[in-house]
Design a binder for this molecule. Structure first.
Ligand SMILES: *Cc1c(COP(=O)(O)O)cnc(C)c1O
Length: 217
C-alpha cells in the first residue's frame, strides 16, 4: 500500500468533524509530498528543528502542529509559523509561548497536554493539577495564546480496557473544563495508529497518525 492509499483508507473511516493529523516525524520530505498530493494539509512533528526545516521545504498552505515535548528555548524556532502547539505541559512553557507570540505579533493556538497513561515517561498535567491551574485564572492573563483544548495519549498496551478507560478520562476532563471554565474549547486531540478507533468512540476531534500512513519509522 502506498502513502496515498493509506491516507485515503484512513479518511474513509473518520467521522465528519474528526481531523487527520499526519504525523510525519523522521519521514523524508518525499513522503510528506506524497501525502500533500492527496490533499493532506495538516501535519504533526515532534522536534522543533525538524519542524522548522520541513516548513522551509514544503508549501505554505500546510498547517503544522507541534506534538512532541517542547523545551522553552526552542519556542522561537517554530513560533513564527506553527499552527498549533499541542504539547503544552507546563506553565513556564505556556508563558514562554505567550511572550514569544507577543513579540512577533501573533496569537498562537495551543492545547494543554493531559497525562492519563500509566507510563512514567509521558509528559503532561494530571486532571487535578490541570483543573487547579485553569481555575486560578492564570491563563486569562496570556493574551497571545489561545487555548483550543486538550491533548492526550493512552498507555501503549494491547489491553483495550485500559485504553478505553484512559480515553474516557480524557473526554470527561475535557467536558468538565469546557463546562466549568472554557466554553470555547473545541479540540480534543487523542488517538494514534494503534488506538485511534477507540479514541474516536470517546469523542476525539483530531487523531494523530504516523506509522499507519508512512510505515515504520
Ligand atoms: C509519534 C506520535 C504519534 C503517532 O504515532 P503512530 O503510532 O506512528 O501513529 C502521535 N502522537 C504523538 C505525540 C507522537 O509523538
Amino acid at each position: 500500500m502506498s502513502i496515498a492509499d493509506n491516507i485515503e483508507h484512513i479518511r474513509t473511516t473518520l467521522p465528519l468533524g474528526v481531523e487527520l493529523i499526519a504525523v510525519s516525524k523522521f519521514q523524508p520530505i518525499t513522503s510528506l509530498e506524497q501525502a500533500y498530493n492527496t490533499g493532506q494539509r495538516l501535519f504533526g512533528e515532534s522536534r522543533p528543528q525538524e519542524l522548522a526545516s520541513k516548513w522551509e521545504a514544503l508549501p505554505r498552505d500546510i498547517r503544522w502542529h507541534m506534538i512532541g515535548h517542547l523545551q522553552t528555548n526552542k519556542v522561537r524556532l517554530i513560533a513564527p509559523f506553527v499552527a498549533m502547539i499541542e504539547s503544552v505541559d507546563s506553565l513556564r512553557l505556556a508563558q514562554t509561548i505567550n511572550q514569544e507570540a507577543e513579540r512577533i505579533g501573533r496569537v498562537i493556538d495551543i492545547l494543554l497536554e493531559l497525562h492519563v497513561a500509566q507510563e512514567e515517561s509521558k509528559f503532561g498535567w494530571n486532571p487535578v493539577e490541570l483543573e487547579k491551574i485553569i481555575s486560578s485564572g492564570i491563563f486569562d492573563t496570556m493574551a497571545n495564546i489561545r487555548i483550543r483544548g486538550l491533548m492526550g495519549m493512552a498507555t501503549f498496551t494491547d489491553d483495550k480496557s485500559i485504553i478505553n478507560s484512559e480515553f474516557a478520562q480524557l473526554r470527561t476532563t475535557f467536558d468538565h473544563i469546557k463546562q466549568q471554565y472554557m466554553p470555547h474549547i473545541d479540540v480534543l486531540s487523542m488517538g494514534m495508529s494503534a488506538d485511534y478507533r477507540e479514541a474516536i468512540l470517546h469523542g476525539s476531534t483530531a487523531v494523530r497518525i504516523g506509522s499507519t500512513i508512512f510505515g515504520v519509522r
